[in-house]
Unconditional design. Sequence first.
Length: 448
Amino acid sequence: PFVRYDHLTFKETKQQIQEFVYNMNQTMRTGGQSPFSNITLDILPHPLLKDKHVIIGGEEKDERYSEFQDEMDLINKAFWEVMLEGDGNGRPFTFPIPTINIDKEFQWGKDSNETMWEATAKYGIPYFANYINSDLKLEDARSMCCRLKLDVRELKNKGGGLFGANPLTGSIGVITINMPRVGYVSKNEEEFFGKLSEIMDAARDALEEKRKTVEKFTEQGLYPYSKVYLDLIKQTTGRYWDNHFSTIGLIGMNEALINFLRENLTTKQGIDFTIKTLNFMRDKLEKYQEETGHMYNLEATPAESTAYSLALKDKKKYPDIIVANEDDVEGGAEPYYTNSTQLPVDYTDDPFEAAEKQEEIQSLYTGGTVLHFFLGEALDSGDEAKLFVRKVINNYKIPYITITPTFSICTRHGYIRGKHDYCPYCDEELAGGKGKKENVNKPDFFLS
């Protein structure tokens, strides 16, 4: 609505979006990192808003959101042009991470989406939420980050109406469970689930204590913006953070299976035991909800640094515990665990084989997950990216996917398709890559 009422041209709109994206990528948090941010871009007016009157300057206008399709197309096109162009050196903008909701009404042939598909093929920027092979509707979920996806149907039981509560949710905190250690120290299935139960109970207690502390701090004015933002929840429930979930996740299920069963996540026994484990965790979380009155969910937590730090601690305490890169560790490399319930690293180059192995597992998460399809290099065109995403969305129940092409960045020549240790144009060594004369024990450099 603001594009129309402010009479903004495409060029002016793109300039505003460029400034927004640039600012979102400035280093503003610990460790010189950009703030983690996510936006959801609707291709069509959202079901919860389309019949609502727009509000401009505090006044309700005659037009409804459904009448602003042209402006939506303009904003989407401008955003994707900015993301496709990247920065001055050809690097992609890391944030915000855009989520695209795909349901049965999604317009695959829409011209204004072509730039989005080009950006997907080149950089793999967007995440796609699957509402075609899902019992969720668009109004039932909110994507809070690259993985955290909240089923807001739980909020219907909280009072105040779903629409009024929808934006006022999130996660009070996330605790990631070290599954390889559980598998390593357990001698049988009963012991495995007993230890997992104990750890989950400890996680519940920690999250409940954090909830009390955050609530107290909010009452004392230590979170002034959140206090105003969550005031409606306070009026309805008596507590500011009552609509926020407590989130429990896991890491290294593949290594847990290897240490416990001598199987991995690619075998039928490994997949079946993983499904049994996730269902066990889901049942526990339902009991926590009944006991505490607070909402709990199960997430495939990203755990980027945790994958390394937990493996390092376990190797020091249990030298013979098996990690994801066991052969490399014997050669002096740092250990790490496979993320959540993902397949072993470099298991397959066939994305559809990965989808087959992961489909049932991925659909068990209640708090979000994402399946990365790692490609050797960028796709040749936006049409290829569109065709691939459409095939996955239509044929699998996987709730959240993203394409991850491999590419390199040269400081002189910018974006280069595929993985290169040296720039093919100027022979400059690319950051983090393996040198021609020496192998270094670091991950190969690529951006996605």
